[in-house]
Design a protein around this ligand. Structure first.
Ligand code: T1G
Length: 705
């Protein structure tokens, strides 16, 4: 059969050229190995057909036409019953281990998790330039459960495979070749080209099953695995999966392949059933739904090429770097030449840093430098497709610059504000055609933090919104659309969280007690270290503005104001909630602040008490949860999972807890209601109330997520 194409079904296609049998996976969008759809089963059936066909000498597995090889197991099937009658990925790969004809994996595009494990089950791996290889299961709170922890160490060694799986990092085909995962780099995955390479380079080559290869443990020091675990303890604290991966790889060095596979399965199942993995899988899908464009999606959306950033401060500079790195033409404006020079120096330092770390080449560095212009004449922004103001967080200052921009740029130019709290609808009044105005709230440092709150004003048009969502993805951001209120979603919740933290100080805790409890819960930094890092003067200005606009439903503690009145603004002044005389990374108790705290308890007639870590964590988590529920009720956040994406990407909420809403769902409504009722009886806690949405959840009308 020459060129004969037999279509068993759409999911997997087969065709034969001379003695080469092709199996083409066709399960868009990412060729997930959906068991219930029968993808592994049909590939297995195809292998058996070719194995029993004496005219076939070589078997090739690849993604159909433009599709990648495979994005791995179907994540949506985890934790749900799969059709036991159908083969799963392990069954398929185990069969590959027995087959008596050489099998080739053609690795193109994202080849991840079970997709790469399938390739490791093949006897030879060929990859083209589009290939992105990874075993990223650890990011889903699981481990490579189809033989990855047993086969990869046999192929590339113990240490390299451990780093690859524990970090879940993505590598390209060249690196994969150097590591020994890939046997051959190819230009195209065209059938005839593949057949040609196989006959030229693999015709007489003895094929080896990876499972039969010895693991080289010669250079492994005695306590290698426990030392490795210790080395990842700080970074992977709270995540069970990385440590289970180390156990599986250790097992692979100490037992047979089949015993190792049994152990891997057992550890895999434990992780799949864990709340930590459920949280990380929930965030995987939540991120994808949060960042989707809003229908109807226009076909020919405006193509943004030139962007102007106004204000060369910390935020403006970070935003400019994000667009510069993504290849956009950037104008960074500031009327103050010193700010411009300082910003240019910062940007050059960051580029040189990337060069030193081989993240970019010299050529790329010069290319990026060409992308950005530092201007002090605002008239030059006239050519922009998008203008983002990042000037000082004062209404009058923003009003002035928006009015100026409005006179300079064309009527189609999108105008955005990087305000972190101000009312976008009020600011839109200084722009003609306000349907082209919205908030683009970046997080500091803007060239590092992935979260971008896109604030849709009441007049912002859908095409403008979708254009910005598309743009955000191009600069590597995770855009989440939110409505207009003071502080939008993220900052309004953190405002409530910090308020509660200060109440805990009034009742008996000290800053270190609260920070330690929250860091033990999984945050990298507690509320008071975070406040000192951000600068207490910023919070002070926000509280003053909120007080003026009567925005607070209940009184804020006087503690932070009194600290600021003493001129202590945190790290930037060397003192805040903590004393930083021994350096920013070594916060010591600040006697003055602790005095202020105790005197505030006296002023409120509160007898200070020892407050448990449990109560501290509950009150701070419930302050986030209850404020989040109000934001959903007010439709500022359009779904609970958006809040969780915002908190895991923007506020360091531990990913293995899924975010405030997922965490609420884990705790359960009964416990939450009873805790709030308990808190409301405490002195100084009359602000704790059961809100409407919580009542609906209690009555079973809706859920947390
Ligand atoms: N399972 C199910 N759905 C998936 C999926 C998967 N593995 N990968 C992607 N999708 C959906 C996604 O939700 C979205 O759906 C659409 O495909 C496009 O995705 C045994 C147990 C491959 C790099 O961790 O990293 O194998 O929103 O928007 O930006 O050891 O998707 O359109 O409805 O992300 O081009 C391990 C996960 C699984 C890779 C493509 N694999 N996927 O990125 O598209 S566990 C992974 C990705 C496993 C074995 C274990 C990315 C991508 P919708 P997208 P993209």
């Amino acid at each position: 059969m020459v060129g004969g194409l037999t279509l068993d079904n759409l999911l997997v296609k087969r065709n034969v050229i001379d003695n080469v049998g092709f199996i083409k996976i066709n399960n868009p969008p990412v060729n997930a190995m959906s068991v219930n759809k029968g993808v592994p089963q049909i590939i297995l059936d195809s292998l058996k057909i070719y194995e029993n066909d004496s005219t076939i000498k070589f078997i090739v597995i690849l993604g159909e036409e433009k599709l990648n090889f495979s994005g791995g197991a179907d994540i949506s099937e985890f934790g749900k019953p799969t059709d036991s009658g159908k083969a799963n990925l392990r069954d398929l790969i185990n069969y590959l281990d027995k087959i008596n004809k050489p099998c080739f994996a053609i690795i193109t595009g994202p080849t991840m998790g079970g997709g790469l494990e399938l390739a490791l089950g093949c006897h030879f791996r060929l990859a083209d330039q589009s290939a992105k290889l990874a075993l990223p299961e650890v990011k889903l709170g699981i481990l490579p459960g189809a033989g990855g922890t047993q086969r990869l160490p046999r192929l590339i060694g113990v240490e390299k495979s451990l780093h690859f799986m524990v970090d879940g990092s993505v590598i390209n085909s060249k690196t994969a070749k150097n590591l020994g995962i890939v046997d051959e780099l190819i230009e195209s995955k065209n059938d005839l080209d593949i057949k040609k390479i196989i006959l030229e380079k693999f015709n007489d080559k003895k094929f080896i099953r990876v499972s039969e290869k010895e693991i080289n443990t010669a250079n492994l020091e005695n306590n290698f695995f426990s030392n490795f675990k210790n080395s990842i303890l700080k970074k992977k604290r709270g995540f069970p999966a990385p440590f289970a991966i180390v156990d599986c790889v250790e097992k692979s060095t100490k037992t047979t392949f089949s015993e190792g596979m049994k152990f891997e399965r057992q550890e895999f199942q434990k992780l799949v059933d864990s709340v930590e993995s459920a949280a990380q899988r929930y965030l995987f899908f939540s991120e994808r739904s949060a960042t989707k464009m809003h229908p109807p999606i226009e076909k020919n959306m405006d193509d943004i090429k030139t962007i102007s950033i106004l204000g060369a401060g910390t935020m403006g500079t970070g935003i400019a770097i994000s667009f510069m790195k993504a290849g956009f033409n950037v104008f960074l404006f500031d009327k103050n030449k010193t700010n411009l020079e300082k910003s240019e120096k910062n940007i050059l330092n960051i580029l040189n840093g990337m060069l030193m770390k081989n993240k970019i080449s010299e050529i790329k560095l010069n290319e990026l430098k060409e992308n950005i212009s530092f201007i002090d004449n605002i008239e030059e922004i006239g050519v922009s497709d998008l203008v983002i103001e990042a000037v000082f967080e004062e209404f009058e200052v923003k009003k002035e610059i928006l009015s100026e921009v409005n006179k300079i740029v064309g009527k189609k130019t999108i105008i955005a504000s990087n305000t972190s709290t101000l009312d976008i609808n009020n600011l839109s009044e200084f722009v003609d055609e306000p349907q082209r105005f919205l908030g683009l709230h970046f997080f500091s440092p803007a060239h590092v933090m992935k979260l971008l709150e896109i604030v849709k004003g009441s007049k912002t048009s859908l095409p403008v919104l979708n254009t910005c969502i598309k743009l955000a993805k191009k600069i590597g951001k995770v855009p989440v659309t939110v409505g207009v209120c003071d502080g939008f979603v993220g900052n309004r919740m953190i405002h409530r969280y910090l308020k509660e933290a200060n109440h805990l100080l009034e009742e008996g805790a000290l800053p270190k007690d609260v920070d330690d409890a929250i860091e033990e819960f999984g945050f990298a930094m507690g509320p008071f270290k975070m406040s000192d890092l951000a600068g207490l003067d910023i919070g002070w200005a926000i509280r003053k503005r909120r007080k003026k606009n009567n925005l607070d439903t209940h009184k804020y503690s006087n503690i932070p104001d009194r600290i600021c009145e003493g001129g202590d603004f945190g790290q930037k002044t060397g003192r805040g909630y903590y004393d930083y005389s021994d350096g920013p990374r070594d916060p010591k108790p600040n006697k003055i602040t602790n005095q202020i705290i105790i005197s505030e308890s006296d002023a409120l007639n509160i007898t200070r008490r020892s407050i448990s870590n449990k109560e501290i964590v509950s009150r701070l988590m419930l302050s986030l949860i209850t404020e989040g529920l109000d934001l959903l009720d007010e439709n500022i956040a359009s779904r609970p999972s958006d809040i969780d994406v915002i908190y895991s990407y923007g506020y360091g909420f531990p990913r293995y807890r899924g975010g405030p809403m997922f965490h609420a769902n884990t705790i359960g409504v009964e416990k939450i209601v009873s805790e709030i009722e308990e808190f409301s009886k405490l002195p100084n806690c009359e602000h704790w109330k059961i809100g409407n949405r919580l009542l609906k959840i209690k009555n079973g009308e809706i859920n947390f997520i």
